[in-house]
Design a protein around this ligand. Structure first.
Ligand code: ZN
Length: 118
């Protein structure tokens, strides 16, 4: 692994840790709220647990998406393919990766994808 990839990996791991911590903290808050609102604090109440989990999921959809992008990028590193566009196989410029360490597509493919999804 070259120095640049190593540096990006450290960035990604740090960002992943922060996101996981955030998601876990918010999950605890929701669990506590769900228990208070049910008035019984019955943790075996699966329906309400599931409901609060869904709520948490919706609120954290953005974070979850970022987390997924980070996991993807880390997988590319593990595969030795980090910095290579997932779609066209060309090298992603280092400036782009520095700006968005979780990028797995080059700018051209990214904008092409966005056009197609519109
Ligand atoms: Zn590309």
């Amino acid at each position: 692994m070259d120095a640049f990839t190593k540096e990006m990996e450290e960035h990604l791991l740090k960002e992943r840790d922060a996101l996981l911590k955030k998601l876990n903290n918010e999950g605890d808050t929701f669990r506590e709220e769900a228990q208070l609102s049910s008035g019984r604090g019955d943790s075996s109440d699966l329906a309400s647990d599931e409901g609060s989990y869904r709520k948490m999921e919706a609120l954290n959809a953005m974070d979850a998406q970022r987390l997924k992008a980070i996991e993807n990028a880390l997988k590319r590193i593990a595969d030795g393919k980090y910095g290579i566009c997932l779609q066209c196989g060309r090298k992603i410029p280092e400036e782009r990766l520095r700006a968005i360490p979780s990028a797995v597509l080059c700018v051209e493919c990214k904008s092409e994808n966005e056009r197609m999804n519109r």
